[in-house]
Ligand binder design. Structure first.
Ligand code: PLP
Length: 401
């Protein structure tokens, strides 16, 4: 007899269902476009050369040990991560009102931030975009916040429902938290323009909402780390508060190293000190202190100007490959005369395209073409290559005609 005999199996996770279906498909031409990992032109996982170099450098340094990091992680990593997102000349950093702690990638940073907010924010409501990354609602509700949605995506235009977004944020209770994806919105690939960000900022500030940026794709949207940080910097420049969950999974390809950071920009040094002390209380009972390897890799790259430059070149190459895949897919659909307007494929930003295909199309494509994507029609453009674009274009064409 088991202590667990009354446990029911967990409901199926649709993403895992797609993963298993793809894994168990014996077809030699199968293609999994459901995940959020960058693939090389050969369709393989991609380790950045600069990461290999940093690892070699670390392996040769025999002075390094395996002692525990402090609760808030590697302090050099924290400083450099804050600089990467806030900029070299950030006034908030200069004024010592920025707290950064190393966390377990983007997810861990979101969770630590959410636990902190659940304890210390008087308004428990947290607004996320409709739709948003599937893990957001779980992370926030399990931390004890109450998840609400603001309008974001307009299926008619396959673009931003800007009016709806502003209306919903304008109607949120003062003090509520708003999750804003800094760039390369997952799953829609739809980002506000800088002018729209400015209007969002005005509503957020005038309603005293607390912005929580999810910064999982810095550098992946435009290929440029500075451009992709603009929306966040706009909010920090007005002197107000915000939280930022930062991930190095995508932009350094460090998915499995689980390396990221939570930054909280406060209004004064005094508040920042208190916030930091409370963050440490959140971390200690969860995992005591974060892992060392990923933080060491990132720090090595960020502090060495040679490696930093190499990184920006490799990052730009990845972003350009994604852009070129978008263009090739769009052109392949044009060439086939596939019914409908597919220009959103080249308009959308980042790793994913929200194709507009429905679940019926997605199932048909999996069965007849051995291509796997999410049931909401999201495909990872970063998983395509010049060789597989025509396979996907054939599949989409057959599904919609
Ligand atoms: N936030 C968004 C919007 C994402 O798409 C992802 C990953 O896909 C994450 C956060 C978290 O990624 P990680 O925990 O690997 O950094």
């Amino acid at each position: 007899d088991s202590s667990f005999s009354s446990i029911a199996p967990a409901p199926e996770d649709p993403i895992l269902t797609v993963y298993f279906a793809s894994r168990d498909d014996p077809s030699p031409v199968k293609l999994n476009l459901s995940g959020g990992s960058y693939r090389s032109e050969e369709g393989k996982p991609h380790v950045l050369q600069v990461v290999r170099r940093a690892e070699q450098h670390l392996a040769n340094d025999l002075s390094r040990d395996k002692e525990y990091l402090p609760l808030d992680g590697l302090s050099e990593f924290n400083k450099l991560s804050a600089k990467l997102i806030l900029g070299d000349d950030s006034r908030a950093v200069e004024e010592n009102r920025v707290v950064t702690i190393q966390c377990l990638s983007g997810t861990g940073s979101l969770r630590v931030g959410a636990e902190f907010l659940a304890k210390h924010n008087h308004e428990r409501a947290i607004f996320v975009s409709n739709p948003t990354w599937g893990n957001h609602p779980n992370i926030f509700s399990l931390a004890g916040l109450s998840v609400e949605y603001f309008r974001y995506y307009d299926p008619r235009t396959r673009g931003l429902d800007f009016k709806g977004m502003l209306e919903d944020l304008g109607a949120a209770p003062s003090g509520a938290i708003v999750v804003l994806q800094a760039c390369a919105h997952n799953p829609t690939g739809v980002d506000p323009t800088l002018e729209q960000w400015e209007q969002i900022r005005q509503v957020v500030r005038s309603k005293s909402l607390l912005p929580f940026f999810d910064n999982a794709y810095q550098g992946f949207a435009s290929g440029n780390l500075e451009s992709d940080a603009q929306a966040i910097r706009m909010f920090v420049a007005d002197g107000g508060e915000c939280l930022i969950a930062q991930s190095f999974a995508k932009n350094m390809g460090l998915y499995g190293e689980r390396i990221g950071a939570l930054t909280i920009v406060c209004t004064s040094e005094d508040v920042a000190m208190k916030v930091k002390s409370q963050l440490l209380l959140v971390v200690r009972p969860m995992y005591l202190s974060p892992p060392i390897h990923g933080a060491s890799i990132v720090t090595t790259i960020l502090k060495n100007s040679d490696m930093y430059n190499d990184w920006t070149v490799e990052l730009k190459r990845m972003a350009n490959r994604i852009l070129s895949m978008r263009k090739q897919l769009y052109e392949a659909l044009q060439a086939r005369g596939t019914p409908g307007d597919w220009s959103h494929i080249i308009r959308q930003i980042g790793m994913f395209s929200f194709t507009g295909l429905n679940e019926k199309h997605v199932r048909f494509i999996a069965k007849d073409y051995h291509i796997y994507m999410n049931y909401d029609g999201r495909v990872s453009i970063a998983g395509l290559s010049s060789k597989t674009v025509s396979q996907l274009a054939d599949a989409i064409h057959a599904a919609v005609t």
